[in-house]
Design a protein around this ligand. Sequence first.
Ligand SMILES: [Zn+2]
Length: 280
Amino acid sequence: MYNRFFERRRTEAGWEPESPQLVLGKQGAELHFVQTKTISAKKIVESKQDPELVTVAVDLNVKFLAVITVRQHGRIQATRFVSDKGLDQHRYRHLKRVAKKQWQSGKAVKGERSNQQLWAHVRRQNLDSAHKTARAIVEVCEQYPGCVLIFERLRKIKRKGGSTSRRLNRKHANQLKGKINQLAKEKAYASGVVSVEVNPHGTSQYCSRCGAKGMRFSLVAGQRITGKGGKLFCCSSCHFECQADFNASVNVHHSFFRGAPRKRQRRVRKPRLSEYLVCT
Ligand SMILES: [Zn+2]
C-alpha cells in the first residue's frame, strides 16, 4: 500500500533502501521494501563505567502499562506514568461475554472458531496500546542520548483462581507486557538506544530508598488496607511511602547497578505521599 506513512518512512534520514523482495504467502504475494540502518552504540559494560550515564527503567504493569523513571548521578530525574486508559476493564467486559457465550454453547467443535470479531477487536486494542506504550518509552529515551533502557526479565505469572474471564484477562495482560517489551526494544534500537534485561527479584517488595523489605497497601476511605495487590508501598524501616509501581521502577535501576555498591542515603524528612503521586 502506497500512502503518506509509507512515503514518510522511505524518506526518513539515515535509512538505506535495499532492493525490494517479493514474499509469497498463502493468500497472495507481497512486495517488501527493505530499509536498513547502521546503529552505533556503546557496549553495556562500557557505559556502566560512565559516571554520566543516564538509565531509563521501565516497570510494566496492568493498570499503569508502564512506569518509566530516568536516573542520573544516582537521582531520579524524571518519571512518566503510562496509563492503560481503562483497557484492562474494557477487555475484561469483552472476555466476560466470550466466556458466557462459550458456557452457553457448551463444548466447542474442534477446528471451529467462535466470536471471531470480538477476538479481533481485543487483539487490535492490545496491539494498539502496545505500540503506543512502546512509543512513549522511546520518546523518553530520545530525550537522553546515549542512555540505557532497562527492563525486568518478564516473570511467569501463574494463572490460577478467579473466573474464566478473569484468568483470560490476566493472560491477555501478560501477553501485552511481552509485546510492549518487544516493541519498545525494537523501536529504541532503531534510534540507537541499547536495552538490557535485569533480574526482577523483589523489585516490588523492597524499598527503593533503603533496601529493606516493605509492604503494599491501599487507602480505602482513609483506612490503610495492607495486601499484596496494594497500589501504594510503605517501607517498614525508613517509612518511605510512594506509589508501588514507581518504587518497582526505581528498583530496576538498582538491579542494573547492583555490581557496584550503592551509596546509602539517610533522610531525616519523611517524604509526603502526594509528592510521589504526581503523574507526569
Ligand atoms: Zn526504606
